[in-house]
Design a protein around this ligand. Structure first.
Ligand code: GDP
Length: 306
């Protein structure tokens, strides 16, 4: 069951699966309606997608990105139109998207072994990335609480899995950063067995948010990590951080770095995993990422209850 679900959330297999998935008929708590803040705005780009209407025009850009889109459960890839694609991402918004507001967040516990993690069946998203990628900033920015993610800010020294409970119903999990520039070799080696154990055994893991710094060119360690997750059938979303950083001089711009990263990943995937651009400074991508998480979560919930 778990393996099946993970495979279903893994994008390389999605388009195949979704063609055969019927449009969800039954109502699921918070799954088939969009948050008022999004769907009820008259000019909101997602409004017609939320109501299930199909806009007539299909632009050239949609035709192009269609080849790399992440199409979620409940959406026929042939029905995707521009206004269903979340800006700054390849993610199509589908009928499972629901409540995406963060009302409250509580720190639950720090675990130093995967088997010490909370033992309940709430779905969770794991945040993973190189040290300094902007993980703490992203977590604080998602939950809009300063210092929520400070607990884990001791790179290379303490390796802890930190669980934060959001809206009393799902978890954000802060995992130790990898690739610490100054960490001793032993700390770097520990990361793999420690964190890999979590990925392979955590039954309630809906998806890994793999954070990639868009202000620097693709890094081998990030590509290795993404490939390892892919090989192990672990659902992931690439969350590009620091997309506000427009480098002058020789440095490449975030959009170029992202394109290069995705190009390198393309060699290993028939279809791109979902990806999204964010900035903890400008707020870019926050609402979109929360919506994406809501649709993965609601789909996961609906599969669990079936
Ligand atoms: P962590 O080690 O992955 O938890 O990274 P932090 O959240 O501590 O961020 C590392 C550094 O990157 C800090 O100096 C942050 O201010 C900076 N940073 C984080 N997010 C962003 C962002 O979106 N844009 C920019 N320009 N800097 C960021």
């Amino acid at each position: 069951m778990l393996l099946t679900l993970r495979c279903r959330l893994l994008s390389p297999q999605l388009s195949k699966m979704f063609r055969s998935l019927p449009h969800p008929q039954k109502s699921h708590p918070s799954s088939l309606t969009f948050g008022a803040s999004i769907s009820q705005q008259p000019n909101c780009p997602y409004a017609s997608a939320a109501k299930g209407q199909r806009p007539a025009a299909l632009s050239e850009s949609t035709k192009f990105v269609r080849t790399v889109l992440f199409v979620p459960p409940g959406v026929n890839p042939d029905d995707v139109t521009d206004d269903m694609i979340l800006p700054g991402s390849n993610i199509v918004l589908g009928p499972y998207a629901g409540e995406a507001k963060v009302k409250d967040v509580d720190f639950v516990k720090s675990s130093n072994r995967p088997k010490d993690c909370p033992k309940d069946d709430r779905p969770e998203f794991a945040m993973l990335g190189r040290s300094n990628v902007g993980k703490s900033s992203l977590i604080n920015f998602l939950v809009r609480k300063k210092e929520v993610a400070l607990t884990s800010k001791r790179p290379g020294k303490t390796q802890l899995i930190n669980h934060f409970l959001v809206n009393k119903s799902w978890y954000i999990v802060d995992l130790p950063g990898y690739g610490f520039a100054n960490a001793p070799e032993s700390a770097r080696m520990d990361w793999s067995s420690f964190t890999k154990g979590y990925f392979l055994n955590r039954e309630t893991l809906v998806s890994v948010l793999l954070l990639i710094d868009a202000s620097v060119p693709p890094q081998k360690i990030d590509l290795d990590c993404a490939n390892w997750l892919g090989r192990n059938n672990i659902s992931m979303t690439f969350v590009f951080t620091k997309c506000d950083k427009m480098k002058g001089g020789k440095g490449r711009r975030p959009d170029e770095n992202i394109r290069n990263f995705l190009e390198l990943m393309k060699e290993n995937y028939r279809q791109h995993p979902p990806w999204i651009m964010t900035s903890s400074i400008t707020g870019l991508g926050r609402d979109e990422l929360l919506l994406h998480m809501s649709q993965l979560r609601n789909y996961w919930d609906s599969e669990e209850t079936n």
